[in-house]
Design a protein around this ligand. Structure first.
Ligand code: ADP
Ligand code: MG
Length: 236
C-alpha cells in the first residue's frame, strides 16, 4: 500500500520550476534513497513533504495514508507521523537535551552513554553531534515516515556507522518508512534501501531496485549526462 503518494507536483520559485511535474511514492515501511545534483530540488521536496507551507504548489497533491495533506501544517503532519531531520538544526539555549527527550529514559543505553544529554540543545554541538541530536529527537516521536536530508554530510566514517545503526534500529526495524537523501553510498550500504531514485531539475529521471546500480550509473555518466543515462537502469 502507498504510504506517501505525490502526483504531478510542480513548484515555482521566482518563475523557475524547482519541482517539475514530479511523481514519487513510498510504500509502508519502505526505505527509499533519493540522489541528485546540488540544486535539483531534493531539499525542497523534503520540506514540502514535511509541511513547509512557504512553498506554493502550482500543481499536484500530496497524499499520505490516503489523505490529501497538501494544506496541513508541519505540526499536524508530525502528529500524522511525518518528520524531517533538518540539515541545519537551530540551537536552543537553556533547554537541556535530557528535558527535550522526555522518553529518553526508556531508550537504549546507546543514548545514555552519549555526552549530549546534559547540554543545551544543539549549543556548541559538532556537526556529528547535531545530527545525532536530531535523530534522538525523532526517535522520541511516533512516526510512519522519516525524511533524512543529507544526515550523513560532513560526518566521519565512524559517525556515519553510528547514525546508520540508529536509523536501522529505531526506524527501519520498527516499520517506519525512511526517505534518505544523500550523495554517498556509505550510509546506503548500512541502510540497504529497497530502491533508489535520481532527481534532476525537479523531476525523477530514473530509479532502480538496486541502489548500487544507481550509484554506479551516476558515477559512470555523472549527473550532466544522467538525464539519458537512466535508460540503462532496468527499473526506470
Ligand atoms: P537540493 O537540495 O537538491 O540541493 P534545493 O531543493 O535546496 O536543492 O533547491 C532547488 C532549487 O530551488 C535551487 O536552485 C535553489 O536555489 C532554489 N530554491 C529552493 N528554495 C528556495 C527559496 N526559498 N528561495 C529561492 N530559491 C529557492
Ligand atoms: Mg539540499
Amino acid at each position: 500500500m502507498n504510504l506517501l503518494q505525490i502526483k504531478n507536483l510542480t513548484v515555482e520559485i521566482e518563475g523557475k520550476k524547482v519541482l517539475d511535474g514530479l511523481d514519487f511514492d513510498i510504500e509502508k515501511g519502505e526505505v527509499v534513497a533519493l540522489l541528485g545534483p546540488n540544486g535539483s530540488g531534493k531539499s525542497t521536496l523534503a520540506k514540502i513533504i514535511a509541511g513547509d507551507l512557504g512553498y506554493k504548489l502550482k500543481s499536484g497533491e500530496i497524499i499520505f495514508a490516503k489523505e490529501n495533506i497538501s494544506k496541513i501544517s508541519p505540526e499536524n503532519r508530525v502528529k500524522k507521523g511525518i518528520a524531517l531531520a533538518f540539515q541545519n538544526p537551530p540551537q536552543i539555549e537553556g533547554l537541556k537535551m535530557i528535558d527535550f527527550l522526555k522518553s529518553i529514559e526508556e531508550k537504549e543505553d546507546y543514548f545514555k552513554e552519549e555526552k549530549l544529554l546534559n547540554r543545551d540543545v544543539n549549543k556548541g554541538f559538532s556537526g556529528g553531534e547535531k545530527k545525532l541530536g536530531e535523530l534522538m529527537q525523532l526517535t522520541s516521536l511516533n512516526l510512519k515516515l522519516v525524511i533524512l536530508d543529507e544526515i550523513d554530510s560532513g560526518l566521519d566514517i565512524k559517525k556515519i556507522g553510528e547514525v546508520g545503526e540508529i536509523i536501522k534500529k529505531y526506524f527501519i526495524e520498527n516499520g517506519v518508512a525512511v526517505l534518505i537523501i544523500t550523495h554517498h553510498g556509505d550510509i546506503l550500504d548500512i541502510l540497504k534501501p529497497n530502491r533508489a531514485s535520481i532527481i534532476i531539475d525537479g523531476k525523477i529521471v530514473g530509479r532502480d531496485e538496486d541502489y548500487r546500480n544507481v550509484l554506479k550509473t551516476i558515477k559512470k555518466y555523472d549527473y550532466e549526462k544522467c538525464r539519458k543515462c537512466t535508460k540503462f537502469l532496468p527499473g526506470r
